[in-house]
Design a protein around this ligand. Structure first.
Ligand code: BG6
Length: 294
C-alpha cells in the first residue's frame, strides 16, 4: 500500500493499482479508481479545490443539516452544513496487506481516517456554539469497493440533533442509459414537483430530479448502466437515499458545474440520514456505506 500526503490532500493506492484521493478541505473524496484506472467519481472541471467553496463533485459530506437549515438547532448554518467546507485533519492509516502466498485471495485494503471537531471550525454560528463534537470519517479502499463511514461523538454536555449524507457524484457515461434500482414502489419526497410520490419501476432521469427516499438500510440500491449493474450500495444506519440530477436548466445556474453537458456525466445517489438524529451527551452515532464498482 502506498500513501502520499501533503497539507491539502491524501492519496492511497493498493499494489494492484486501485487508488483513492481525499482533499482535506471537507474530507472530500475526489477520486476513486478501481482496476485499470477506471474513475468512479465525477468532479466538475470548474470545481473549487482551494477551500473557497464546497467541491462540486466527489463525495462532499453533509453535516449537521441537509439543505438549508430548517430547525432551531441548525438555524444560521449554511446549506448542507459546515463539514464540507471545513478543513479536516488526517489521522493516519491502517492497512491489511495481501499475502504473497500462491493460494491467498489477494485481498488488501487501506483505511484512511480523518477527524473534525468543534474546536477546528473557523466560524461557528451562535446556535451551534453550545455543542461539542468529534467526528472520525473513515475511507477504506478495497480491491473493488470503497467504504465511507462516520463516527460522530457528542463530546459536550448538551444533546444535539443532526442530519448527515454522503453526497456522492457517481461517474457515468451517459445519463440516458442509467437507472437506479431498489427504489421501486418506495414513496419519496419530491423536491422538484412537491409532495409525496412513488414509481413502480426503476428510476430513470430525463428532467431535473431531486428526491428523498426513506428506505430500510437492508434494501440494496444499485446504479444500472446499459442494463448492467455499475455501482451497488450497502448501507449501515443510513435510512435515506437522495437521488439528484440538476438536468439542463438548473445546471446553467450553477457556476461551478462544467462542462456544459456535465449533467449527463453524473448521478448523485446519496445515502444518509435526512431523518433527524438526536445525539445525547457522551453518545456516538455510527453509520456508513460500502459501494462496489462493477
Ligand atoms: C442535493 C439536494 O443533495 O444537493 C439538492 O437534494 C441540491 O436540493 C443539491 O440542489 C446540491 O446542493 P449544493 O448546495 O451542493 O448546490
Amino acid at each position: 500500500v502506498s500513501i502520499s500526503e501533503d497539507n491539502s490532500r491524501v492519496t492511497a493506492s493498493l499494489p494492484t493499482g486501485e487508488s483513492v484521493e481525499v482533499l482535506l478541505f471537507g474530507a472530500t473524496v475526489l477520486s476513486w479508481k478501481t482496476a485499470k484506472g477506471k474513475e468512479n467519481l465525477f468532479v466538475s472541471s470548474k470545481a473549487h479545490l482551494d477551500g473557497s467553496k464546497a467541491v462540486r463533485g466527489g463525495i462532499p459530506l453533509v453535516f449537521p443539516n441537509f439543505g438549508p437549515s430548517s430547525n432551531k438547532a441548525t438555524e444560521g448554518l449554511p446549506q448542507h452544513g459546515f463539514a464540507r467546507t471545513s478543513k479536516w485533519e488526517y489521522l493516519g492509516k491502517s492497512s491489511s496487506e495481501s499475502s504473497t502466498l500462491p493460494n491467498s485471495s489477494g485481498d488488501s485494503s487501506v483505511k484512511l481516517d480523518f477527524g473534525l471537531s468543534n474546536t477546528m471550525l473557523d466560524k461557528i454560528p451562535s446556535e451551534w456554539k453550545d455543542y461539542q463534537f468529534g467526528i472520525t470519517y473513515s475511507v477504506t479502499l478495497g480491491r473493488d469497493d470503497l467504504e465511507t463511514s462516520l463516527a460522530i461523538r457528542n463530546t459536550g454536555e448538551k444533546d444535539f440533533e443532526f442530519q448527515t449524507l454522503l453526497h456522492s457524484y457517481w461517474a457515468i457515461d451517459n445519463i440516458s442509459n442509467v437507472s437506479v434500482s431498489g427504489l421501486e414502489k418506495v414513496s419519496f419526497a419530491d423536491k422538484v414537483g412537491g409532495g409525496k410520490k412513488e414509481e413502480s419501476g426503476a428510476i430513470t432521469v430525463s428532467s431535473e430530479v431531486d428526491r428523498v427516499y426513506h428506505v430500510d438500510p437492508s434494501q440494496e440500491i444499485a446504479i444500472i448502466e446499459k442494463d448492467k449493474p455499475r455501482f451497488e450500495f450497502t448501507r449501515d444506519m443510513l435510512p435515506d437515499v437522495v437521488v439528484w440530477n440538476p438536468w439542463i436548466e438548473k445546471s446553467k445556474t450553477m457556476s461551478d458545474l462544467a462542462p456544459e453537458d456535465a449533467y449527463k456525466r453524473f448521478i448523485c445517489v446519496e445515502t444518509g440520514s435526512v431523518s433527524w438524529n438526536t445525539l445525547e451527551a457522551g453518545d456516538t452515532w455510527e453509520g456508513g456505506q460500502r459501494i462496489k464498482a462493477l
